[in-house]
Design a protein around this ligand. Structure first.
Ligand SMILES: Nc1ncnc2c1ncn2[C@@H]1O[C@H](COP(=O)(O)OP(=O)(O)OP(=O)(O)O)[C@@H](O)[C@H]1O
Ligand SMILES: Cc1cn([C@H]2C[C@H](O)[C@@H](COP(=O)(O)O)O2)c(=O)[nH]c1=O
Length: 211
């Protein structure tokens, strides 16, 4: 059994996931916890290369099932090479997106089918699931405006989807959060960075104390 804690963060584009977990990782490290901060797709060289293929704005011809399989392949490699070894050491792993993103983006918003996407992902992750998932809830109009406002934010192939796609993404996350209330905790991401961080940290510390 793993001694560590696997915590994932999810949400629509521009919800503030990356900003907040970076701040929390630094705080936890200062408090003496051993923390790994990572992301999907990516986090290790093979998965970062797959990320570049998936998110390249020039790849407009990518088939939705190819996209789903590439996310699952990147996930598998990242999990076995980085996440599971860290959990076995007892680390806290903070991961920017995981399996819920595939369920929502590919299964729900791209309409491949939630069950189909779940099946390929169960093959990829076997039994490794997060202890806690923080869902940063935000209206897509607000999240996308944040990304556009900050010129240094990466704008990828999925960011460029229409508003109706991003509305489906939010709808999918809200449905998942209702389905799995014990694992997925919803946070209002339309607050100041300090307020969002406080809410996220409280859920994380609750999980740490129950470990
Ligand atoms: N609570 C907040 N209020 C206002 N702006 C914010 C807030 N949190 C983050 N931002 C800003 O919004 C932009 C997107 O933030 P960030 O990259 O953390 O989001 P994200 O959820 O990781 O997005 P993506 O999934 O698209 O990568 C950044 O410019 C960031 O500074
Ligand atoms: C893991 C995962 C991600 N996505 C999408 C969500 C985002 O649009 C990008 C990742 O970019 P970010 O700036 O790092 O959030 O990929 C997806 O569609 N399916 C997935 O499984």
């Amino acid at each position: 059994m793993n001694k560590g804690l696997f915590i994932t963060v999810e949400g629509p584009e521009g919800a503030g996931k990356t900003t907040i977990i970076q701040l929390i990782a630094e705080e936890l490290q200062t408090e003496g916890y051993s923390v790994i901060l990572t992301r999907e797709p990516g986090g290790i060289p093979i998965a970062e290369k797959i990320r570049n293929i998936i998110l390249d704005k020039a790849h407009t011809e990518m088939d939705p099932k190819t996209e789903a399989l590439l996310y699952a392949a990147a996930r598998r490699q990242h999990l076995v090479q980085k996440v599971v070894p860290a959990l076995e050491k007892g680390d806290i792993v903070l991961c920017d997106r995981f399996i819920d993103a595939s369920i929502v983006y590919q299964g729900y918003a791209r309409k491949i089918g939630v069950e189909e996407v779940l099946a390929i992902n169960e093959f990829a992750v076997e039994n490794t699931m997060p202890n806690l998932t923080l869902y940063f809830d935000i209206e897509p109009e607000i999240g996308l405006a944040r990304i556009k406002k900050n010129r240094s934010s990466e704008v990828n192939r999925l960011d460029l989807e229409g508003l109706s796609f991003h509305k489906l993404v939010r709808e999918g996350y809200l449905t998942l959060a209702e389905q799995f209330p014990n694992r997925i905790k919803k946070i209002d991401a339309n607050q100041t960075v300090e307020e969002v961080k406080k809410a996220a940290k409280a859920y994380i510390m609750d999980c740490v104390q129950k470990r």
